[in-house]
Ligand binder design. Structure first.
Ligand SMILES: Nc1ncnc2c1ncn2[C@@H]1O[C@H](COP(=O)(O)OP(=O)(O)OP(=O)(O)O)[C@@H](O)[C@H]1O
Length: 241
């Protein structure tokens, strides 16, 4: 479970990029995090994962405060950022072993998992090459594999499906469903409203750093007295004109 309580964030001390954001992300469900470009999704996710400091408010992951006890909080989640251009000078296998070392994944288990996930994502042939030489999709897949390797309770994924081919996208969606069905937490941002509609149990929609809605798609339709698709309601809700 992730609990975000009264969180505010600005970069220049003036305009708030995140304003009074409170949200409880429960276990056992897939939650989609939606908002137009610049709405504040990555900023919120970066605070949840301890990458950015929080101005005021608190964020806890499985009850552990990300600012007060960052190391312990980080043991509870895995994070796939929206940009996967990191550790470019490591080979795929070196990166996976590095992450497995950090999270102390036993040798036999890590080998088994690397073999399995690399095959699922069709990057097994490329693990001996430098990440620098990987396509965007391959970099995305190596990042996702590194999270799956240490099997954290909470998955925080920033636009994880962008750049994945249909087979890998399908595999990841299946894994997300299985993880949620085990009673674990899956939180991901996306611009793909059809995927969100098909995959998520609940959605959180933000714009200009403020939470506009949190709940199921049926509740969203009820609230806006419509039976229209998520896309139509989303466009109406986030229309600034
Ligand atoms: N380091 C920064 N310094 C100043 N402003 C920033 C910084 N990072 C983000 N912003 C601003 O914060 C706002 C929210 O950006 P953010 O990247 O969180 O949005 P987003 O919802 O993830 O967008 P996208 O869908 O395009 O990824 C934007 O107006 C952006 O210009």
């Amino acid at each position: 479970m992730i609990e975000i309580s009264d969180v505010n964030k600005s970069f220049d001390g003036n305009q708030k990029i995140i304003e009074d954001l409170s949200l409880v992300i429960p276990d056992g469900k897939i939650i989609g995090f939606l908002g137009p470009n610049g709405a504040g999704k990555s900023t919120a996710i970066n605070m949840m994962t301890g990458i950015l400091p929080i101005d005021d408010g608190t964020i806890t992951l499985n009850g552990i405060d990300i600012e007060k006890d960052p190391l312990k909080a980080k043991q509870n989640f895995g994070f796939v950022p929206d940009r996967s251009d990191i550790f470019l000078r490591l080979k795929g296998m070196e990166y996976l072993n590095f992450i497995a070392d950090i999270y102390q994944v036993p040798a036999e288990e890590r080998q088994e998992k690397i073999t399995y996930y690399a095959k699922q994502f069709a990057i097994d042939h490329a693990l001996g090459n430098y990440i620098q030489s990987y396509s965007h999709g391959m970099r995305q897949k190596i990042m996702i594999t590194s999270v799956l390797l240490h099997d954290p309770d909470i998955w925080i994924l920033d636009e994880p499906l962008t750049g994945l081919d249909p087979k890998s996208s399908y595999a990841l969606k299946q894994m997300m469903r299985e993880h949620a069905d085990k009673g674990k937490t899956v939180f991901f941002s996306s611009h793909g409203l059809e995927v969100v509609e098909q995959l998520c149990d609940e959605v959180a929609i933000i714009n200009h750093g403020r939470l506009l809605f949190y709940g199921t798609i049926e509740e969203l339709q009820d609230e806006y007295h419509t039976d229209q698709s998520l896309e139509n309601v989303f466009l109406e809700l986030t229309n600034d004109a």
